[in-house]
Design a binder for this molecule. Structure first.
Ligand code: ANZ
Ligand code: ZN
Length: 824
């Protein structure tokens, strides 16, 4: 008997598929299409580990399955190649990041081939390729043209020792995360994309996509839509008594009669004009100290609130009451108006502040269930209720009071409805080398002007060293020949922008490029886009829940507004695979020495075993740990399958019969239906379980009496199994297919149909009760025993739901009709 020699079988087919371009996507097809896309991977020097395979194996199964179903499938791969890790490695090894990228992508590609994926490599793209980033720059210019790209001076954290700009998260407790040096704020001119213009649509259109609810919630939170009102208070300057109107943003206008003080952010421009001379020094010291705090620290709820009285008072426009004006760093300049009306009775932060500084606390909302006590904060106090101590608004519900106050404010001009978003504009400037140059030119006469489209790409020049310059500029600033250019408007001497774009810009449109990756006239071709987009299925890890997905959605909407594409959401369906932990239950990491690579697993067990195991290990979205028993169990199954197939190839059983065994036909029909449904629903683990069940039936049959089936029947049974197993284990099935004498690749076979009527005859509908109440029904094989019936019933979702927290006392089955589950 031929051995299961996966070491020779797998590379043999991989090379052949590659040589024949077996998985090339069809151009101009009339077939239905499926665009199945993986997240744009960053080709890191570490290569793939088996956790990444939990993304690439399932999408490969899906792609192979849909090809067999007669779809034209676009399943491409490419590289999100720009970015800091390659640049840092380049600095360390004194090499060009381009060389490092080539080395890494070559390795990734080798590994993806090793696990039997079916990408169309003719469509490979690389974001660091000038033919690609030319179009990223083109999109930058489009955004600029539409007023969505702008330059703004903004304060950045700066480490004077590392001589580099730090992200907000890297300036921990006022110190550099790398060297511990106290950080400073540095004003830098930076480029931003005006994503906030799209905040509403980015929030609303989430209703139109088939995405995990978790991700939608995270995006909504990030966008942070907040419906409220703006009210203008007049501040009377403590110095000269002049009046200064200041707008505050509030979500609880209804509580305004309880506003016992006003707070300005320390950076608020009005502070200087209203502060009293006695408070001046204190205010200055406080403002200086708040400069070293990050926003994350300032927003932290459990931090003790601090602030300083300005000496000035503000007038409540609804009551005429005079209230003190403070500054405090828990109010951020970058949100709303940078000023708030503080209502200590109903806002916990204001409560903490007022208690500390002895400011009056006045209840203005009441509830029938609780009495208000000023002694301690109770979360109930921030709930909605009915107004008290609010004069003419007394007795109104909070909602009604809000509406009445907005109406009054709009009539008199001192308040209006206002919606704010927590999301900020997208800062895209990077003072780094390894990114797409921002295609702008600074001219002393004409100002900042775009590079004309026909001069794209602005190619990244080679430099000597990649270290950050130390001035806050990118290493590009040191290349005189590159920086010095002529102004496209006046022809005079001008300087190129030396910042490069955030890598997220490159991945905000890459899915479109796969539809015509070699197009040198445009980023894409409209007709091709209309056929392929939106992406039908987008698969990747949950870590990109916000940024990449939000940015790509934003660019798509801009393109839609420009009339470039006919859809507003790029990714119709999204799935996130669960994390794969190592055998020790820990996250895989180099430092823990627990990284498992596909290379070592394929060497020991073969790619088909790896695939089957990863599909079987747990439901797709669930976190799971690698198990040595699991992988060897999967391998045992593959070997037994191989051996059974070999026997049916070699032996000749029984007599030739021309009718198929009914039980077998029924089973293969059932299997096909099950596998089809499971793939569509991403239930790969139960699909693999069904293969095992079917296989067990076949091998039982052999054990009991080999001659029950004729050779032809055996081979038919096996061949039918191979066809539906092909997307899961593409190499072994292809090899056996060939051995059975079939000429055309198994991956070119049509996905089998099943006879629903045959299945229906063999099944019955059974009602399922819990404590005598019908909770649902299930379809089961008509020859099921009472025991099987009971255990099938217990596994139904609705039964699990209704029996949760109860003890199952008895399961009564009335054969073929009803199951009653009695719980206590
Ligand atoms: C009075 C009030 C009474 C408030 C009350 C809340 C509860 P979201 O939902 O996040 O939009 N606020 C406004 N601007 C702020 C800023 N720049 N920095 C810090 N806090 C700010 O929160 C809006 C609420 O947060 C606003 O409503 C304001 O406090 C505060 F019982 O106004 B509220
Ligand atoms: Zn000029």
């Amino acid at each position: 008997m031929r051995e299961y020699d996966f070491h020779s079988i797998e590379p043999k087919w991989q090379d052949l598929w590659e040589a024949e371009k077996a998985y090339r996507t069809e151009e101009n097809s009339v077939k239905p299409k499926l665009f199945c896309l993986d997240y744009f991977p960053y080709p890191s020097g570490d290569g793939l580990h088996v956790g990444h395979c939990r993304n690439y194996i399932p999408t490969d199964v899906i792609s192979r399955f849909y090809r067999m179903k007669g779809f034209n499938v676009l399943h491409p791969m490419g590289w999100d190649a720009f970015g800091l890790p390659a640049e840092n490695e380049a600095i360390r090894l004194k090499k060009n990041p381009r060389e490092i990228t080539i080395k890494n992508t070559t390795n990734f590609k080798r590994q993806l081939k090793l696990i039997g994926t079916s990408y169309d490599w003719e469509r490979e793209i690389n974001s660091s390729d000038p033919e690609y980033y030319r179009w990223t720059q083109w999109f930058f210019l489009l955004l600029y043209k539409r007023g969505l790209a702008y330059e703004k001076e903004s304060e950045q954290w700066w480490c004077p020792s590392c001589k580099t700009v730090l992200a907000n998260e890297q300036a921990k407790d006022g110190k550099c995360w790398r060297c511990g040096t106290p950080v400073e704020k540095k004003k830098l001119k930076q480029w931003f994309f005006r994503i906030t213009d799209y905040a509403d649509r980015l929030a609303d259109d989430l209703d139109t996509v088939d995405w995990p609810e978790r991700i939608k919630i995270m995006q909504r939170n990030w966008i942070g839509k907040s419906v409220g009102a703006e009210v203008v208070f007049d501040i009377v300057s403590a110095g000269d008594g002049s009046k200064h109107p200041v707008a505050v943003f509030t979500t609880r206008l209804d509580t305004i009669m309880g506003a016992t003080f006003l707070v300005l952010a320390p950076e608020h421009p009005l502070v200087a004009e209203i502060v009293s001379s006695e408070q001046h020094a204190k205010i200055d010291a406080y403002s200086a100290a708040s400069k070293t705090k990050t926003e994350i620290d300032r927003m932290s709820m459990d931090r003790e609130k601090t602030g300083v009285f300005t000496g000035a008072y503000a007038i409540n426009p609804f009551s005429g009451e005079k209230v003190p004006v403070w500054i405090a760093d828990y109010v951020l300049m970058g949100y709303g108006t940078g000023a708030i009306m503080a209502v200590p009775a109903h806002d916990s932060r204001d409560f903490g502040f007022a208690t500390k500084y002895g400011i009056q606390i006045r209840q203005v909302v009441g509830w029938s269930s609780v009495a208000y006590e000023v002694a301690a904060w109770n979360d109930k106090y921030s709930e909605r209720g009915a107004l008290v101590h609010s004069g003419r608004f007394d007795g109104l519900t909070t909602e009604a009071a809000f509406a009445a106050m907005v109406a009054e404010g709009e009539a008199t001009g001192f308040a209006k409805a206002q919606t704010n978003y927590h999301m900020r504009d997208w800062l895209i400037s990077r003072q780094r080398y390894w990114g797409a140059p921002i295609p702008m030119i600074h001219c002393p006469t004409c100002g900042t002007v775009p590079v004309p489209e026909n001069q794209l790409p602005v190619v990244l020049p080679d430099v000597q060293g990649y270290e950050p310059s130390g001035t806050g500029e990118s290493p590009l600033a040191g290349i005189k020949e590159w920086v010095e250019t002529t102004c496209p408007v006046c022809g005079g001497p001008a300087r190129r922008e030396t910042d490069t774009m955030d890598g997220f810009a490159c991945s905000s449109w890459y899915e479109l490029r796969y539809t015509s990756p070699h197009n040198d006239k445009a980023p894409f071709d409209r007709a091709t886009i209309d056929y392929w987009l939106p992406v039908d299925l987008y698969v990747g890890g949950a870590e990109h829940a916000v940024m990449h997905l939000l940015y790509a959605r934003f660019w798509t909407k801009v393109m839609y507004d420009e009339g470039l594409v006919g859809f507003t959401e790029p990714f119709a369906r999204l799935m996130n695979q669960g994390m794969l932990l190592s055998y020790d239950g820990q996250k895989m990491s180099k430092s823990k020495h627990n990284v498992i690579t596909p290379d070592e697993v394929v060497e020991q067990y073969g790619a088909d075993t790896l695939r089957l195991y990863e599909l079987f290990m747990a439901p797709f979205e669930q976190e799971v740990a690698w198990s040595k028993e699991g992988i060897s169990g999967a391998h045992r199954f593959m070997k037994r399958l191989w051996e059974l197939a070999q026997r049916t190839i070699e032996a000749s059983y029984g007599v030739q019969r021309d009718v198929c065994v009914p039980r077998l036909e029924l089973l293969i029909n059932k299997l096909t239906r099950k596998i089809t449904g499971d793939i569509e629903k991403f239930k790969f683990n139960t699909a693999v379980a069904a293969f095992m069940e079917y296989f067990n039936f076949l091998s039982e049959t052999v054990r009991n009496d080999e001659t029950v089936l004729s050779t032809v029947e055996w081979q038919t049974a096996m061949r039918q199994l191979l066809v539906v197993l092909a997307p899961f284990a593409p190499h072994m099935t292809e090899e056996l297919w060939e051995e059975y004498g079939c000429e055309e690749s198994i991956h070119k076979q049509l996905w089998p149909a099943w006879d629903e009527s045959k299945l229906a005859e063999s099944e019955v509908e059974v009602a399922v009760q819990v404590n005598g109440k019908v909770r649902g029904s299930m379809r089961i094989p008509s020859d099921s025993t009472d025991e099987e019936l009971g255990s099938l019933a217990l596994g139904q979702d609705y039964v699990v739901k209704y029996t949760a927290g109860h003890i199952v006392k008895r399961v009564v089955a009335i054969k073929g009709k009803i199951v009653n589950i009695v719980v206590q």
